[in-house]
Design a protein around this ligand. Structure first.
Ligand code: GLN
Length: 452
């Protein structure tokens, strides 16, 4: 109950949790105690955790940060939730998030903004802002998140913790409320790379209920971390630095922290080489066509009929749909649905959607070419440290631009990790992003582990 007490004390200010499941947590903790006493415990048995409220949890409110699902108690567990339950993890509750995972500041949540624990006048990042803030404030030692365009890595950077988004297809999307299905991927937050490795090892695994789940044996990501200590533990690791990520756009204090981190990597034995991702700058326009297109399709299921919010007063069926959706969705979600239906509509499909898919292919090819010259790619996770609450509230395009370093990774389906490397001049954390080839999670986690 240490963590539950911390949540009671600090959550009213931070707003990191939408739902705290005190009774469920205490029951799970008692069950974990029995497993420990019986000698059947695993590494995560009894470890408390916060689930992003995008994951369906049987019998527990699952809102996805939206008024639309403010009354939705899921009848089943997401695959990730059942895997972690089976491992004996104790779920403390559901972490706040941007509505339907759309956003980079956690301000689009129907349940109010989350505050950054380092400075409560700043945003925690998004869309998994509640998960990141909970781990940073030690309201939970580990947390789940999802990353469609940076939503694990960016809040990890803003909150000074470690977050990993694995290769697309490693974590089942079953029971993970869909935003943009070809980009959505579950990920892990922890105070260290080791904690992320433990959590991720328990989250991955083939699931026949997700058509894009990969049929691969699960890996123990902690195994690589156990290598014996040496003065140059990263000897031979070639780190590629994309010219385009180090061009203009990065704040000076972020650049200073990233350069210092790269010096530290070189001291650990790594070498650095310049690489190029010539189409990286096209990632934002491509993403902000593809993601809204998929969201407009995915969110059509919220119609006020089967579950979720239904308007109290309506005329005919069409009026019921439109009033329920008008009332249930917030402004950012409506904006994305409108953009998505527009780019998919007859006459615009070729000009926008198909064109964006072509860019996506080029971006993925750039990464493959760069990864011929290096083992991992490194750069800033975000162009700046966490901005002030409200600062970008009326400027969605400015907020979209802040995703510049993270979203190309989702378009390519590659794994990416962010780990803390220091602080900006405002005292807020700076994150370094490591990007690897498909299934290079262990390599990313090992590098981050040696760095710490
Ligand atoms: N900021 C991006 C968006 O708003 C990414 C969100 C995410 O990864 N879920 O779409």
């Amino acid at each position: 109950s240490l963590f539950l007490d911390r949540i009671d004390a600090l959550n009213p200010e931070l707003n990191a949790f939408i739902t705290v499941d005190r009774d469920g947590a205490l029951a799970a903790a008692r069950a974990a105690d029995e497993r420990i006493a019986a000698g059947t415990a695993g590494a995560l048995t009894g470890i408390p955790l916060a689930h992003k409220d995008v994951f369906c949890t049987e019998g527990v409110l699952t809102t996805c940060g939206s008024k639309m699902l403010s009354n939705f108690v899921s009848p089943y567990d997401a695959h990730v939730v059942s895997l972690l339950k089976a491992a004996g993890v104790v779920s403390l509750g559901k972490a706040n998030m941007d509505e339907f995972a759309m956003g980079s500041s956690n301000e689009s949540s129907y349940y109010g903004a989350v505050k950054n624990p380092w400075n409560t006048a700043r945003v925690p990042g998004g869309s998994s802002g509640g998960s990141a803030a909970a781990v940073a404030a030690r309201l939970a030692p580990i947390a789940t998140g999802t990353d469609t365009g940076g939503s694990v890595r960016q809040p990890a950077a803003f909150c000074g913790i470690t977050g990993i988004k694995p290769t697309y297809g490693l974590v089942s999307r079953y029971g993970m409320i869909a935003y943009a299905s070809s980009l959505d991927q579950g990920g892990a937050f922890g105070a260290s790379a080791e904690d992320c490795a433990l959590l991720l090892s328990a989250m991955t695994g083939f699931d026949e209920r997700d058509s894009t789940s990969l049929e691969r044996p699960t890996e123990d990501y902690t195994a690589a971390l156990a290598a014996p200590a040496s003065a140059k533990p990263l000897e031979g690791l070639r780190i590629g630095l994309p010219r385009e990520f180090f061009a203009e756009g990065m704040a000076d204090d972020v650049r200073a922290a990233v350069e210092a981190a790269l010096d530290h990597y070189r001291a650990l034995g790594a070498t650095t080489v310049e690489v190029s991702l010539p189409n990286a700058k096209l990632a934002i326009p491509a993403y902000y066509v593809i993601a809204p297109a998929e969201c407009s399709s995915n969110l059509s299921r919220f119609d006020g009929v089967r579950y979720g919010h239904r308007a109290a007063d309506y005329g005919d069926l069409a009026d019921m749909y439109s009033k329920s959706r008008a009332e249930g969705f917030g402004a950012e979600v409506k904006r994305r649905i409108l953009v998505g239906t527009y780019v998919l509509s007859h006459g615009y499909y070729d000009a926008y959607y198909l064109q964006a898919q072509r860019l996506r292919r080029l971006i993925a090819q750039d990464f493959q070419a760069a990864l011929q010259q290096c083992d991992v790619i490194a750069g800033p996770t975000t162009p700046t440290t966490a901005w002030a609450l409200g600062q970008m509230a009326d400027d969605p395009v400015q907020m979209y631009l802040s995703d510049i370093y993270t979203i190309a990774v989702n378009l390519a389906g590659l794994p990416g990790l962010s780990h803390p490397v220091g602080f900006g001049t405002d005292g807020l954390p700076v994150g370094l992003q490591l990007i690897g080839d498909y299934f290079a999670e262990a390599r990313l986690l090992n590098a981050a582990h040696r760095f710490q």
